[in-house]
Design a protein around this ligand. Structure first.
Ligand code: HEC
Length: 201
C-alpha cells in the first residue's frame, strides 16, 4: 500500500535525523545488544541514567528522537479534538532555521499529517488520539521562485495537499486559492505558524 510505504519513509527520515544529530562525544552506548540483528541496534543513544540509576530528561530529544504520537487532553467539560496535526521538518531544517536567524533555508521541506481522531475518557481526562490519516500538507522552501508560472509555487514556498490514498499526486491546483489566505495570520513568519513548534525557539 502506498500510504504505508510513505509512512515508513517518513519514519526512516526521522530516524535519519536521529543518526545525523546524535550528540557528539560522551559515552554513547548502543541500544539493544544481544545477538538479534535489528536496525535500531546500529543507532547510538546517549544514556539517560547515571551509574546509580538516576534518570534525567534526555538532552536534545526534540531534535534527535522520532516523534511517536500526541495525546490531546480536552478542557473539562470538553468534547475533545476533531483532528490532530503532526508536523515534521526535513533533516537539518531546525538547525538551518536557527542559523538563518528564524527563517527556513531553501530546500527545507515541511510535512503536516492530518489525522481524524478517536476520543475516549481516560485517567487523565477526555483524551483524543490519532486514528485515521486523512492526508498530508507539504511545503517546500523556495525563495528563488524556481517554478515561476506553476500555480503551486510562490511567496517563497511550493504548496500541496495529498489525500491519504495518493501521496504522489496532489489534488491542489492553485496555492493562492487552496492555501495562502488561511496562512495570512502567519505572514510575518514566512507563512509558517512557528508558535506551534517549541523546537524552533
Ligand atoms: C483552513 C485554513 C487552512 C488552509 C486551507 C491551509 N492551511 Fe496550512 N495551516 C493552517 C493552520 C491554522 C496551520 C497551523 C495550525 C493547524 O495545523 O491547525 C497550518 C499549518 C500548515 C503546515 C505546517 C507548518 C505551519 O505553517 O505551521 C503546513 C506544511 C501547511 N499548513 C501547508 C498548507 C498547504 C500546502 C495548504 C494548501 C494546499 C494549506 N496549508 C492550506 C491553515 C490552513
Amino acid at each position: 500500500m502506498r500510504r504505508a510505504q510513505f509512512a515508513s519513509k517518513l519514519a526512516v527520515t526521522s530516524l535519519g535525523i536521529m543518526v545525523a544529530c546524535s550528540p557528539k562525544g560522551g559515552s554513547s552506548t548502543a541500544v539493544g545488544g544481544g545477538a538479534k540483528s535489528d536496525r535500531s541496534q546500529a543507532v547510538a543513544v546517549q544514556p539517560v541514567a547515571d551509574s546509580a540509576g538516576n534518570i534525567h530528561v534526555p538532552e536534545n530529544y526534540r531534535e534527535t528522537y522520532q516523534h511517536l504520537g500526541t495525546w490531546a487532553v480536552a478542557n473539562e467539560p470538553g468534547v475533545g479534538s476533531k483532528e490532530l496535526h503532526d508536523v515534521y521538518a526535513s533533516p537539518g531544517a531546525v538547525a538551518g532555521y536557527k542559523a538563518k536567524g528564524g527563517h527556513f533555508q531553501d530546500g527545507t521541506i515541511l510535512v503536516k499529517e492530518v489525522y481524524e481522531t478517536a476520543t475516549d475518557p481516560m485517567t487523565t481526562g477526555t483524551v483524543s488520539r490519532a486514528k485515521t490519516l486523512k492526508g498530508w500538507f507539504v511545503m517546500v522552501r523556495d525563495t528563488n521562485n524556481t517554478h515561476a508560472g506553476n500555480k503551486l509555487w510562490g511567496d517563497g514556498w511550493g504548496w500541496s495537499w495529498f489525500d491519504a490514498a495518493n501521496p504522489r499526486k496532489t489534488t491542489s491546483t492553485d496555492y493562492t486559492a487552496d492555501c495562502l489566505s488561511c496562512h495570512i495570520p502567519a505572514k510575518e513568519t514566512d507563512w509558517i505558524y512557528t508558535q506551534g513548534y517549541p523546537v524552533l525557539k
